[in-house]
Design a protein. Structure first.
Length: 80
C-alpha cells in the first residue's frame, strides 16, 4: 500500500524533533526548518541539495558554501 509505505518512510525520517523549551513559537519554527531540511535530501539522489532546497540536477552536482556550512553539519548530527 502506497500510503502505508509513505507514512512509514516519513516516520523513519522524522525520528523526533528538536526540543526547544519555553517558547512554542520558536519550537515550531526550528522544527519546521528541520523538517524542510530533511525533505531536501533523498537517499536515492547522488547530488547535493540545491540552494532552493529540492535535489535536482540543475546545478550539475555543484555544492555551495551554504550547504556545507549550515546544512550538512546539522544533518550529520542526526543522520550520520
Amino acid at each position: 500500500d502506497v500510503l502505508a509505505s509513505h507514512i512509514q518512510g516519513m516516520a523513519r525520517l522524522w525520528r523526533g524533533g528538536i526540543e526547544v523549551e519555553g517558547d512554542i513559537d520558536v519550537a515550531r519554527m526550528v522544527n519546521s526548518s528541520w523538517w524542510n531540511l530533511l525533505l531536501s535530501y533523498r537517499s536515492d539522489e547522488h547530488l547535493s541539495s540545491s540552494p532552493g532546497g529540492l535535489p535536482n540536477d540543475c546545478y550539475c552536482g555543484h555544492s555551495f558554501w551554504d550547504v556545507e556550512q549550515f546544512m550538512w553539519p546539522n544533518l550529520l548530527l542526526f543522520h550520520p
